[in-house]
Design a protein around this ligand. Structure first.
Ligand SMILES: Nc1nc2c(ncn2[C@@H]2O[C@H](COP(=O)(O)OP(=O)(O)OP(=O)(O)O)[C@@H](O)[C@H]2O)c(=O)[nH]1
Ligand SMILES: [Mg+2]
Length: 438
């Protein structure tokens, strides 16, 4: 076995160690998610998009989700899921962790979708923050009979924070409206609200119909026809996300070693992009100035190769870099594409006692250890400026919060970056960066 290969095994073990730090919420989701997946006749070659239904309680998210599966099942693009089978989520409940998200699959002529629908408001918030509901775009459901309500606004705000860029509006329960002028009012208000939260309010598709009619196969003009219209809007308005291989190369360093006579090798799992041999790269993070170097050899699957791509576990031979200069937690990136940051806003979910989290709350100046990619760094959490009663304000296990986070040493991160917080060997919180401050 070559030195390179031996070092490689070490990397795999390091990767495993790191795995254990993985957020239990996400892990549970990964296990549960497949239970509902449906290997239907649709082609896996279609581009994949993650979406979901969001919106105020009782506005018809689950009914709409069921109606979509019913309509797409007629076209051979889904398995019909009845209302009850979406909402119950028995598997998740049984596990004792409230994931409570149904992951539903269907396709259209153009794309393949994974769709999340959560039973309750708290679940939406938690799932969006923890990444269990990772959405490229969302359908916001608003009942024509009520118009926008507090959770309509809250979900839009949160969608924006977690990086959802495009929304399609479904104005539901049109069958229950006598005065059709109400619909114009709802539309106007929704366009304004979307704009307020940074979405393209003027151009966002708004479809008006009745999920219940579609599900019950009546009043087709406001039922089934509107499901078709909705899916067409989703297909065209929500862009297909860029594949990881299309982004600039980035690999977080998991392990570093030196090979006699050759130089320093760093290894890890490639997060995005494709790297060719003899490309200039930069090592960034851990509080040191970026180190410029060149990758002179690449080893993936214990073989020397000419390129390394997203998803690969690779070892990169770096020219002219000393072993002690490279540290786990740094990233290897194309020069100028990333920056290390020290201070930022985070949205996070604080794990409950049952999920293995803390038993007690914490407040301003809490100092857990933050895990971002392969880095772990001591950090310092404070309430955002202007928070009332900041000195005494507490966060309890099971809460969702927004706080300011300051790292001891700057690391490469970006808006939307996911992380875990740990303390004394247990994961206490999980979340994402919402805004870079410094
Ligand atoms: N009249 C009418 N009622 C509807 C329509 N769509 C849904 N409903 C009813 O509205 C109620 C709530 O629907 P759900 O689909 O459970 O709403 P939800 O948004 O999933 O609710 P939560 O998950 O609790 O937030 C149910 O009684 C539905 O039958 C519709 O188009 N017209
Ligand atoms: Mg529901």
């Amino acid at each position: 076995m070559s030195t390179f290969s031996r070092a490689f095994l070490r990397t795999s073990r390091a990767a495993f160690r790191y795995q254990r730090g993985v957020n239990p919420v996400q892990q549970a989701w990964a296990q549960n998610g497949s239970l509902r997946s449906y290997a239907t006749a649709f082609s896996r070659d279609k581009p994949h998009v993650n979406i979901g239904t969001i919106g105020h309680v009782d506005h018809g998210k689950t009914t709409l989700t069921a109606a979509i599966t019913k309509r797409q099942a007629e076209k051979g693009y889904a398995k019909f899921l009845e209302y009850g089978s979406i909402d119950k989520a028995p598997e998740e409940r049984k596990r004792g962790i409230t994931i409570s998200t149904a992951h539903i699959e269907y396709a259209t002529d153009n794309r393949h979708y994974s769709h999340v629908d959560c039973p309750g408001h708290a679940d939406y918030i938690k799932n969006m923050i923890t990444g269990a509901a990772n959405m490229d775009g969302a359908i916001i459901v608003v009942a024509a009979s009520d118009g926008q309500m507090p959770q309509t606004r809250e979900h839009l705000l949160l969608a924006r924070q977690v990086g959802v860029k495009k929304i399609v509006v479904f104005v539901n329960k049109v069958d229950a409206i006598e005065d059709k002028e109400m619909l114009e009012l709802v539309e106007m208000e929704m366009r304004e609200l979307l704009t307020t939260y940074g979405f393209e309010g003027d151009d966002t598709p708004i479809i008006m119909g009745s999920a219940l009619c579609a599900l019950e196969n009546r009043e087709n003009d406001i039922g089934v026809a509107k499901i078709d219209e909705l899916l067409e809007a989703v297909d065209t308005w929500i862009p297909t996300p860029a594949r990881d291989t299309e982004k600039p190369f980035l690999m977080a360093v998991e392990d570093v070693f030196s090979i006699a006579g050759r130089g320093t090798v760093c290894s890890g799992r490639v997060e995005r992009g494709i790297l060719k041999k003899d490309t200039e790269v930069e090592l960034v993070g851990k509080g040191v100035a970026p180190i410029k170097t060149k990758v002179t050899d690449i080893e993936t699957f214990k073989k020397s190769c000419t390129e390394s791509r997203a998803g690969d576990n690779s070892g990169l031979l770096l020219r002219g870099v000393k072993r002690e200069d490279v540290r786990r937690g740094m990233v290897v990136a194309i020069p100028g594409t990333v920056k290390a940051h020290k201070k930022f806003m985070v949205s996070m979910y604080v794990l409950s006692k049952e999920e293995g989290g803390r038993h007690t709350g914490f407040g301003d100046n809490y100092k857990p250890q933050m895990f971002i990619r392969t880095a772990d760094e001591s950090t310092h959490l404070t309430w955002p400026e202007g928070t009332e009663g900041a000195a005494d304000k507490m966060v309890m296990p099971g809460d969702n919060v927004e706080m300011v986070c300051e790292l001891h040493q700057p690391h490469v991160l970006e808006s939307g970056q996911r992380f875990n917080m740990r303390e004394g060997g247990r994961t206490v919180a999980t979340g994402l960066v919402t805004q870079i401050l410094e």
